[in-house]
Design a protein around this ligand. Structure first.
Ligand code: MTE
Ligand code: MO
Length: 377
């Protein structure tokens, strides 16, 4: 059994599949702290967790125009300046459950918890690439993409892989890390020990864990996950007529928000004149969240939430914004109550009302208004 040596996991994680291990954080625990504790951070594994000896492990950097270098963990820690960022990782399938209720999709049935925020520290990818000779003096030559490979592989030996555009990789202010610490400690086995990519502002799928190779190339990664997954299509495209090459791989992601508390289906003691609602909002590409609106009447009236940003910088807001709102209700409200939220990012992008028009066969990038039904008793 390739899954015989999996790490211990926190019992509070909501397990979606055991082998490979995929589990999300319960909503109520997400809103509880700006940084998600490592053992509660969602885990998205496509393959068995590889067991890596940090003392002998090295990352090979090679490809178009580069001198090949092998960097041990120690090299990464000592030859390059340590850089720290607070960043949100979100699986592109986060909130897939609401697309499934429109029409079945293929993918893990994630609710709102395939997202988390941590403080990551490591060497900057741009510094490592410069060390291997990738330089701007020739406009990076033929190089268009930086590919990554993980040490996790399937029975045929195919490893997990992904790539990002070279511009994201080489721009210091884009903060792409080869991270060896998460929330101040070495990475855990599930989150990529001993070193992973953290590419903030873009789909979690590109932040390759258990990093073993970095390849500069004219081409994107040819992995399944870059080519035939993590892409979105029109609702009229289904498994019988999909042309995967017709859509780009998801990189920067759309504006997102979700209600964490109250939890869906919960009983709230009433009657109520107002209700306290908490959640998170996040946008890709370093865009900050500038507003979150919450409604208790299906969107007829809105209450603007109080934002608790970690990082309000205009173009490098890599972390989510937690929020809370006190939403007024008709006096003495009892019975079923539906709450919805939507966020606005720094480019004034906002979320669509319904998931139906953004339905896609793989069930990615669902950012429709998040809705929670509770019962006031
Ligand atoms: N890296 C490797 N090597 N193998 C994987 O299965 N999953 C990716 C990415 N990096 C994956 C990987 C996906 S789809 C996501 S969403 C994030 O890791 C999840 O990171 P986490 O498990 O640390 O939360
Ligand atoms: Mo993902």
């Amino acid at each position: 059994d390739p899954y015989a040596n999996e790490p211990q996991r926190h019992p509070a994680l909501v397990v979606r599949t055991a082998k490979p291990f995929n589990a999300e954080t319960p909503g109520a625990l997400l809103a509880g702290s700006p940084l998600t504790p490592v053992d509660l951070f969602y885990v998205r594994n496509h393959l068995p967790v590889p067991h890596v000896d940090a003392a002998t492990h090295s990352v090979r950097v090679e490809g178009e125009g580069l001198r090949t270098v092998e960097l041990s963990l120690k090299d990464l820690q000592t030859r390059f300046k340590k850089h720290t960022i607070t960043a949100t990782l979100q699986c592109t399938g986060n909130r897939r459950d609401d697309l499934n209720s429109v029409k079945p999709v293929k993918g893990l049935e994630w609710s709102v918890g395939a997202i988390g925020t941590a403080e990551f520290a490591g060497a900057r990818l741009c510094d490592v690439l410069a060390y291997a000779g990738l330089s701007s003096s020739d406009g990076f030559g033929e190089v268009e993409h930086i590919q990554f490979e993980g040490l996790d592989s399937d029975v045929s030996g195919t490893c997990y892989g992904a790539s990002i555009p070279v511009d994201k990789a080489v721009t210091p202010r884009d903060d792409v890390l080869l991270a060896y610490e998460m929330n101040g400690r070495e990475l855990s086995a599930d989150h990529g020990f001993p070193v992973r990519v953290v590419a903030p502002g873009i789909a979690g799928a590109r932040s390759v864990k258990w990093l073993s190779r970095i390849i500069a190339s004219k081409h994107e990664s040819d992995s399944h996950w870059q080519q035939k997954d993590y892409k979105s299509f029109s609702p009229n495209v289904d498994w019988d007529n999909v042309d995967w090459s017709s859509a780009p791989a998801v990189q920067e992601t759309n504006v997102q928000s979700a209600i964490c508390e109250p939890a869906p289906g919960s009983e709230v003691e009433g009657p109520l004149d107002e209700i306290e609602v908490t959640g998170y909002a996040y946008s890709g590409g370093g865009q900050p969240i500038i507003r979150v609106d919450v409604s208790a009447d299906g969107g007829a009236t809105w209450t603007t939430a109080q934002l608790q940003p970690i990082d309000a910088r205009r173009y490098r807001a890599w972390a989510w914004t937690l929020w809370k709102a006190t939403v007024p209700l008709p006096q003495g409200t009892e019975g079923p109550l539906r709450l919805v939220c939507k966020a606005v990012d720094g480019a004034y992008n906002t979320q669509p009302e319904s998931p139906a028009p953004i339905w896609n066969l793989r069930g990615v990038l669902n950012n429709a208004w998040h809705s929670v039904q509770v019962n006031v008793v």
